[in-house]
Design a protein around this ligand. Structure first.
Ligand code: AMP
Ligand code: MG
Length: 353
């Protein structure tokens, strides 16, 4: 079992700060003092099962970082499916119930993703996550019988949404929802909104390796965000130069266990109930819309290269992507060619002519 460790995200922050020269020790400080106007204010928090860092520059930076941390903690408590602080936990336990505006929005986006991805993204995946032990951390390969039973509960048609009174009903006993595939992207988008509403024009939101950059660096140049290598926590597939967007990566390496020499990870293919095994080992999505980026990083990972390529060709105005296959072939969509550098050979995915 391995999770993204503190070091990785500090490295990512290290790559993303101006000039990339900030020392790790400095980024570890909970609050960096705001002596000069352009000095960053940064805070760190452990939420949604990962280390997160929010960094803002300029006037109002301190206030905005405080608000952002409070918002992360609020959403963490609300959206968790594993602690009774949250409404997701409660609707799962009770077979339905009321949901807040945040959860209803995520439900709407989840249904949209289900349609668009032809079922690769399925918010009712929770019973299968549970069967593999990803909810309790008591990992085990379920029997075929158990898995089929749980998979039968993964069914969007049995999810009854009452949009007027903001509630949900599960038509089958044992059904449950899981926003784990989109919660971080949604959170980073909400934080980027907090920044903009307060007039903070430069910042960096790093939610456990899922990055959302606000504006540019203070010198007007783009942020540099490293895309982690699946095989080596300290290496990068390549580096992206970006402004004002989310950069969100999914990979089986982020959460997995091993049994009898086989690795089982946390991104489940709803057509089988097994961890997705369609040839991709890392998918990064770049989009202005963090919720979409998060949902699609999970979905394209499940789709595999050919379906993912085709999906992008049909949605190229909404996002760009970096895809790494298990035999180390790197594919980058046309929109990123000028903004992505890598030591690997880059295969460009072009829009269909
Ligand atoms: P990510 O790291 O964004 O790819 O999200 C992985 C998380 O999404 C898992 O830990 C589950 O909570 C959830 N998940 C796994 N498989 C699916 C799926 N097929 N559709 C929707 N959510 C999923
Ligand atoms: Mg995701």
């Amino acid at each position: 079992m391995k999770r993204k460790c503190l070091l990785i995200f500090l490295m990512m922050i290290g790559m993303a700060v101006p000039g990339c020269t900030q020392k790790t020790e400095e980024t570890k400080d909970i609050t960096v003092s705001n002596l000069e106007e352009q000095e960053p204010v940064s805070q760190e928090v452990f939420a949604m099962d990962t280390y997160m860092t929010v960094t803002a520059y300029g006037e109002n930076a301190e206030e905005v970082v405080d608000q952002s941390i409070a918002e992360i903690e609020r959403l963490d408590q609300l959206l968790t499916a594993t602690a009774d602080t949250g409404e997701v936990y409660n609707v799962n336990r009770n077979g339905g119930g009321n949901l807040s505006e945040d959860s209803m929005y995520l439900m709407e986006r989840s249904l949209e993703l289900y349609q668009d991805t032809e079922g690769a993204f399925n918010v009712t995946i929770f019973p299968v996550m549970e069967a593999w032990g990803f909810v309790s951390d008591e990992f085990a390969v379920p029997s075929t019988e158990e898995l089929q039973k749980k998979l039968a509960l993964v069914n969007i048609d049995d999810l009854k949404i009452n949009w007027e009174d903001s509630s949900v009903d599960f038509l089958e006993k044992g059904m449950a929802i899981d926003f784990g595939g989109i919660a971080k992207g949604y959170t980073s988008t909400k934080i980027a909104d907090i920044f903009r509403n307060a007039g903070v024009e430069n910042g960096l939101i790093n939610l456990g390796g899922n990055v959302h950059v606000v504006g540019t660096k203070t010198d007007g140049t783009k942020w540099r965000v490293g895309v982690q290598s699946p095989g080596d926590e300290e290496a990068y597939i390549g580096v992206l130069s970006v402004a004002d967007c989310a950069v969100i990566t999914s990979g089986g390496y982020e959460r997995y266990f091993e049994e009898e020499g086989i690795t089982y990870h946390h991104i489940i293919d709803p057509s089988t109930g097994y961890p997705a095994n369609n040839g991709l080992i890392s998918v990064t999505i770049v989009s202005k819309d963090g919720t979409l980026a998060d949902g699609l990083s999970t979905s394209l990972y499940i789709m595999g290269l050919d379906r993912a390529k085709e999906f992008w060709q049909n949605h190229s105005d909404e996002f760009d992507a970096i895809l790494l296959t298990e035999d180390d072939k790197l594919f980058v969509t046309e929109g990123l060619v000028d903004d992505f550098t890598s030591e690997l050979e880059i295969n460009v995915i072009e829009k269909e002519k």
